[in-house]
Design a protein around this ligand. Structure first.
Ligand code: HEC
Length: 128
């Protein structure tokens, strides 16, 4: 008698364990897929921005609207650092990550389309 009831409990336990295990696996698969999709989109964004040949004048205008508050009207630095010769220290990919990433507060992350991103890069390259 007691053996049959304990084996029923055991079955229950196995079933629950299996359910929980499957849920965890499913959850991990979903997380992984989201990561892959995001990663690809980021890469596509970077590649597209790098392919375009931006305009320094447009980038200058964009800079005056979004960046001067911290980097100064001539990009000589204020709260944020001087951006002259930043293109010699950082490659374009790193600059894109800096501008869109929001990884170094207080600098916010900017949502800039690839055309404007390439304009901004051109402007930063035009600084000596
Ligand atoms: C709220 C202030 C703020 C704004 C607005 C801002 N930045 Fe920054 N930025 C900073 C700070 C602070 C740093 C230094 C972060 C660190 O400590 O690494 C920085 C760093 C950078 C760097 C890296 C400099 C280096 O020498 O490593 C680049 C490039 C840059 N900013 C570009 C921009 C551009 C382009 C814009 C406008 C689209 C912008 N920033 C807007 C505050 C700001």
């Amino acid at each position: 008698m007691s053996t049959s009831s304990s084996s029923a409990a055991e079955k229950d336990f196995k079933k629950n364990f299996l359910t929980i295990f499957l849920m965890i696996v499913l959850f991990l698969i979903v997380c992984f897929s989201i990561f892959i999709v995001n990663h690809n989109e980021n890469n596509k964004y970077i590649i597209k921005s790098l392919e375009l040949n931006g305009s320094a004048e447009e980038g200058d205008a964009l800079f005056k609207i979004n960046c001067v508050g911290c980097h100064g009207i001539t990009a000589r630095g204020l709260v944020g650092p001087d951006l002259h010769s930043v293109t010699q220290r950082l490659n374009d990919k790193d600059i894109i990550k800096q501008v869109t990433g929001g990884l170094t507060p207080p600098m916010p992350s900017f949502e800039i389309d690839p055309v404007n991103m390439s304009n901004l890069l051109k402007y930063l390259h035009s600084l000596e």
